[in-house]
Structure formats: C-alpha cells, structure tokens
Design a protein around this ligand. Structure first.
Ligand SMILES: *Cc1c(COP(=O)(O)O)cnc(C)c1O
Length: 399
C-alpha cells in the first residue's frame, strides 16, 4: 500500500552507440560547421534534412538551433512582423508565445477543450474578431485536434497554419504526419522531446519561397547550395538579398547524433505508447479521475500523459501532488498560481495583453501532467498508476 517509486522523471535514455560513433567521427574530422565540407561531401546537417523530409513526406527541410527558433523563423518567413496578431493555443508552453513575441507580433489565445485541444468554435470566433492571418497551432502534450476540420476552417478564412510539433514528432492524423497539414511544420530535438540532440529544431514545408526565406534567416550566407533538401537555387534570387541573417543554424555534431535516432523513431514511438497504455489502464475507473480519451483519427506518441480531476479544489490538487511526490511520483499541475519548472500559463506571460479564457482556466485548474521517459519499464508504469490511484482515492474520500 505504501510502496515508493524510485525512478527519475527527467532521466532520458543514453544516446545510442551508433549516434555516439557518428558524433566521434565528426569530432575527429573537425568540420562541425554545416558549411565546412570537403569537395563532394554532403554535410551531416544536409543529410539529416534529406532524411527528415523523407520521413514526413515534405519537399523541403531546414535544421536549426532550436524548436523555438524554427517557430519564429516560420512566422517571419510567412511575413508576420511587428504589431501583427497571431492566433495560438491558450494551453501551450512558453516558447510558443515567445516565438510570436520574437517577431514583434501579438498572440491571440484560443480556448481549450476537455480533450486538451484547440476549441474550433472559439477558433472561428477569434479568426473573425482578430483579423489574424496566421495560426500557430501547438499540438500541446501530443494531443491532435481534428486536423481536417481545423484546416477546413483555416483554408476557408485564408488563415495560414504553422504547426508546433514539439510533442508530436512521429505522430499522425488520419495517416498524415503531424506537421504536414499546415504550410510549415516545426519540431524540436531538445533533450525532453522525441529525439535528443540537447538543443535543435527542424522546419518542413512544401513552399519553396517559405523555405528559401527560412534558410536565409537561419544564417546560410550565400551557401544555400549545400542544402540538398532546400529550395531550388532560383527561388533565392531576391530572397537572398531581402532576408536578414538571424543566425540559428544546426551544426554537424547534433545532426550526426540525430540521424541514427531518426532511424529508431518509430520503434521509440511504440515503446512510449506501451508505457502510456500501461499508465492509462492503471488509472481507468479511478473515482473522481477523468481520462483524456484519444480520438480515433490520431496516431499518438505517448511521451507524456494527462488526466483531469475536474471536481477537486485547489487544496485537494495540492494534496494529490504532495502525496504522490512523497511516494516518488512527480506530477505537474497546470492550475497553480505561480509558474514552476517548464510549466507556465497564459496569464504568467505578462508581456502579452491579458485575455479572458474561462474554459481553459477551468480545465487547467484540474489538469495533471506526467512525463513518461523511456527509462521507465512497463512495471514502473503500472506502479506509478497504482500510486496515483491510491493517493487520488485518499484525497477524494477525505473530500
Ligand atoms: C519544447 C517546446 C518548444 C520549443 O522547443 P525548443 O527546442 O526548446 O526551443 C515549442 N513548443 C512546445 C510546446 C515545446 O514543449
């Protein structure tokens, strides 16, 4: 009854041996900069771009310094600038409104549903009221909204969609890879995402001009010929002179680490989903606890799990967190007054004009989040679920 979990919620797997060897090869030859190549050589970065473009079925791919950099470059490549409004999720993480602020634009937040996705009725209303021409859609915590319905709304209103796939690399909606519905898809290869190069980002699109602008922005000087998954040379004719260099390239060392991980990604996804299912099964039918049901169109990546305690008070929520922590289970709560760790809320971002988001606030007040690193075994996951179930039960009964 009072067993304790001793695993570590932030411990990722080690970098695979073949990736370590690839990194060592790059260090041995010393050509870490993506444009430092010998005659006839394709850089590791260019090869990663080719392979990732193929993986998601995109025409073009650009590797950059971070996921947040990719988001800001995507906005700028679409022509978003100072004073423009950009629609985005009220429930997301700080790099998303941060990318919008980075180009001098203003986020307009869209409400969240019980399924933790963007509320499409509110999206329609906010498109009309804001006049925004771009939506930065964050697939927060891996939950995919009905992408067919969302794209229909956005296409009808002439709103361009940038997808933030920091939590959905390897996921699909109705057999279309996440990141391939909108005009641009952005991914992160930061340590806590689905591939680990410490920091890093990827941007994909089928639009040659958008790719050419993003490439120049990333700091390609006049060396864009080396982008074998980049836009055709003629696309750069004016763009190369009109676009500022806002240095944010990826280097060959990170790319070398990522290429073997990309080959393993689908296997990793299956391992995450097995862990997700183990926790979800263990939590099912817990009184007072609401599972977030996944839609049938979604092929998810269960690298984290969320559940709701809709009727719990703030002090009950804090109690659950405290009791689980004593037993080694680290939960995050999106309803706290103060931002902590990676977790903050729309009203913690004081550089954004305050906005009324009653539905999102109500949902976040009861929302618990937990990471599922692949260093957890399936037994670990069952134990974690058991502990949560018991502690939620104790708090519920004390009522
Ligand atoms: C991590 C993250 C990003 C940005 O990624 P970085 O590579 O850390 O800049 C963007 N959106 C969400 C939701 C994230 O969690």
């Amino acid at each position: 009854m009072s067993d304790k979990f001793t695993g570590n919620f932030t411990q990722q797997q080690p970098i695979p041996e073949d990736a370590i060897e690839a990194a060592v090869r790059v260090m041995r030859h010393g050509r870490l900069h993506r444009y430092n190549v010998v005659a006839g050589e394709k850089s590791e970065t260019a090869l990663l771009e080719e392979e990732f473009a193929r993986y998601v079925g995109a025409k073009y791919c650009l590797a950059v310094a971070s996921g947040g950099y990719a988001l800001a470059a995507a906005l700028r490549a679409l022509g978003v600038g100072v004073g423009d409004t950009v629609l985005t999720n009220a429930f997301t993480l700080a790099p998303v409104p941060g990318a919008i602020a980075n180009v001098g634009a203003k986020p307009v937040f869209v409400e969240t549903t019980q399924s933790l996705v963007m509320d499409l009725d509110d999206l329609r209303a906010k498109i009309a009221s804001s006049g925004a021409r771009v939506l930065m859609l964050s697939h927060m915590r891996g939950h995919l909204v009905d992408m067919d319905a969302l794209m229909e709304i956005c296409n009808a209103a002439d709103v361009q969609v940038i997808e933030d796939c920091a939590h959905t690399m390897g996921a699909f909606w109705n057999d279309v890879p996440s990141g391939r519905h909108g005009v641009v898809g952005c991914y992160s290869t930061q340590t806590f995402k689905h591939m680990n190069s410490g920091e890093g980002g990827l941007l994909v699109t089928d639009d040659a001009e958008v790719m050419a602008r993003a490439t120049m922005l990333s700091g390609s000087y006049m060396l864009y010929d080396g982008h074998s998954a980049g836009a055709p040379a003629e696309t750069f004719k004016d763009i190369r002179l009109d676009t500022p260099n806002c240095s944010g390239r990826m280097d060959n060392l990170r790319a070398a680490i990522l290429r073997p991980q990309l080959r393993d990604l689908d296997t990793q996804v299956a391992a995450w989903n097995a862990r997700y299912d183990a926790v979800e099964n263990g939590l099912r039918n817990t009184p007072a606890l609401q599972i977030v049901e996944r839609p049938s169109g979604e092929r998810m990546v269960g690298s984290s799990i969320q559940f709701l305690l809709p009727d719990f008070s703030q002090s009950q929520m804090r109690d659950v967190l405290k009791r689980c922590a004593v037993r080694g289970v680290e939960l995050k709560w999106f309803g706290g007054d103060e931002p902590t760790g990676f977790t903050s809320r729309h009203n913690s971002w004081r550089y954004v004009d305050p906005q009324e988001l009653p539905n999102t606030d109500r949902i976040l007040a009861g929302l618990i989040d937990m990471r599922l690193p692949l260093t957890f075994s399936l037994d670990d996951c069952a134990q974690i679920a058991r502990i949560i179930r018991e502690e939620v039960g104790v708090v519920h009964q004390a009522g």
